[in-house]
Ligand binder design. Structure first.
Ligand SMILES: *Cc1c(COP(=O)(O)O)cnc(C)c1O
Length: 506
């Protein structure tokens, strides 16, 4: 009898959690709170980063978690939801603040989050078509649209969406490995007693070296091609290296070029690199995680000339297509390569009675089995605003990169470290009192200056090293950031530096 009673109580608690009226009421709270929050943040009110030391936040998250209301009736639950939500919004980084000029992660077009929310609440997963039919259709339609933007014909190319650019690069390079070394999937990578190499841009993202480790090549098999004066892959050196490798019969998995490379946003001369790779019969992979967006912009399309000759391309929608993380595309020029990454059967997933469905079972192509419906946000904003909005955001943010560069050139106390090709700008602040200091000291000063600035909540920017010396780095990836904000950034850096000098910290 007691068993029945406790089952009934369990059912009662479960019903309360699944109550659609609770969802409705909490949803109204959510919509109001998020809209109010963005209205404030987008006007630049409040801190960009409400800085707290991590241990304090971990403790707070635990304390909040344990304050479960004893009487979980619906009104109490809605109230509880309201307070949890307020805490989440108060403690997070405000990417929509015009003073967020930090990493290559955008403030997404907010409404993209609503499309993602539909996928989350109804749990439209992928792996096999029937688990997420609309999610699959949306993903494939976006692969087709973006492949067309690259310059390919629908039907000839293929692609997939995966959980981020790192996994996307790994997946594309796994395909390159299996095509370039046809026995690798079953027998491993050693070919005639030789370890194959991966030829990469010297500034390639660290996930490329990780991929080499994960692909069984070893990071020692990564050969870095030298750069030109603008930190682009030097095609002459690539040509020499590939020629030399071919002469020695060294197996080559792929060449990895960048559009653009992360440190200063340099775009490789893709047409020349593609011609060289074709001449040496080497797979060309282009990591366009950040810069793929340029093909949507009439003004910046030229940065990607030749990208259509790549065998595989990675393009992060959660960067410059302004959707929430994670959504990254892998594109293959030749559709025949779409199943090469994983030469495997999983009979319980893939139904031999309907072999044509494999085309729509994403699990055949991805590391993930269960996969989040990652393209809803992208499909949603594309369907509401069209590609013009994305082109506008690329144009405006790239233009702000240029504007910041010009301000740095005009200021005697700032050094621009390169001429930007996009919205990534790297520079140093050199206050009048520090002109004679050593490069190492000046580099350490940049890192300290950046840390103090972000902890003040006034701006969020990033630091990096250029030739092992610290520097400041911004990605103007908030389309709401204006030249006025950029002027304020320079002034905020000056003011913080002056405080450091006054405190004897510099
Ligand atoms: C951001 C970036 C990556 C990593 O992508 P994630 O989505 O962060 O995993 C790889 N390569 C380049 C060129 C990038 O800009």
């Amino acid at each position: 009898m007691t068993a029945d009673l406790s089952t009934e109580q369990a059912r009662e608690r479960i019903r309360a959690a699944y109550d659609p009226t609770l969802l409705r009421q909490a949803g109204h709270v959510l919509v109001e709170a998020l809209a109010d929050h963005l209205a404030t943040v987008q006007q630049g009110q409040g801190p960009v980063l409400p800085w707290h030391v991590p241990e304090d936040l971990v403790r707070e998250a635990g304390e909040v978690r344990d304050q479960i209301p004893p009487n979980g009736n619906r009104a109490a639950l809605v109230d509880r939801f309201r307070r949890l939500l307020a805490t989440m919004l108060e403690r997070g980084l405000n990417l929509h603040h015009p003073h967020y000029i930090g990493h290559q992660v955008p403030p997404p077009v907010p409404i993209a989050g609503w499309f993602d929310a539909v996928g989350s609440v109804t749990n439209q997963c992928m792996a096999i078509y029937d688990m997420g039919p609309w999610a699959t259709a949306v993903e494939q339609s976006m692969v087709r649209r973006l492949g067309e933007q690259i310059g390919w014909q629908v039907g000839e190319f293929s692609g997939l969406v995966t959980h981020g650019g790192s996994l996307a690069n790994f997946t594309a390079l796994l395909t390159a490995r299996n095509v370039s070394l046809p026995d690798a999937w079953e027998r491993g990578v050693m070919t005639d007693g030789r370890m194959p190499v991966l030829v990469v841009h010297s500034d390639a993202h660290y996930c490329v070296a990780r991929s080499a480790g994960m692909l069984g090549l070893g990071t020692g098999s990564v050969l870095r091609v030298g750069l030109d004066s603008q930190r682009r892959m030097d095609p002459n050196r690539l040509d020499e290296l590939l020629g030399d490798l071919r002469k020695r019969n060294q197996p080559i998995v792929a060449t990895v070029a960048c559009a653009c490379a992360t440190p200063i946003g340099a775009f490789d001369p893709l047409q020349t690199i593609a011609d060289i790779c074709r001449r040496h019969d080497v797979w060309l992979h282009v990591d366009a995680a950040h810069g793929g967006c340029a093909c949507l912009s009439a003004r910046h399309r030229h940065l990607l000339t030749g990208i259509e000759c790549a065998d595989s391309i990675v393009w992060d929608a959660h960067k410059m297509l302004f959707v929430p993380a994670l959504c990254a595309l892998v594109l293959y020029r030749n559709a025949a390569h779409r199943f090469e990454a994983f030469r495997q059967d999983a009979p319980y997933l893939f139904d031999p009675s309907a072999p044509g469905m494999a085309e729509y079972d994403s699990g055949m192509r991805t590391v993930e089995c269960t996969k989040r419906a990652a393209a809803f946000g992208l499909w949603g904003i594309w369907s509401m605003f069209g590609p013009q909005l994305l082109a506008d955001m690329v144009d405006v943010t790239f233009e702000m990169g240029r504007a910041l560069y010009e301000k740095l050139l005009a200021a005697s106390d700032f050094q621009a470290l390169h001429e930007p090709q996009c919205n990534i700008v790297v520079f140093r602040h050199v206050p009048a009192g520090m002109t004679g200091t050593s490069p190492e000291h000046l580099g350490r000063f940049q890192l300290e200056l950046r840390r103090r600035l972000i902890q003040s909540g006034d701006f969020y920017i990033v630091s990096t090293n250029v030739d092992r010396i610290g520097a400041l780095r911004v990605t103007i990836i908030n389309p709401l950031t204006t030249t006025r904000d950029l002027d304020q950034l320079l002034d905020a850096l000056r003011a913080e530096a002056n405080r450091m000098l006054a405190e004897g910290l510099a």
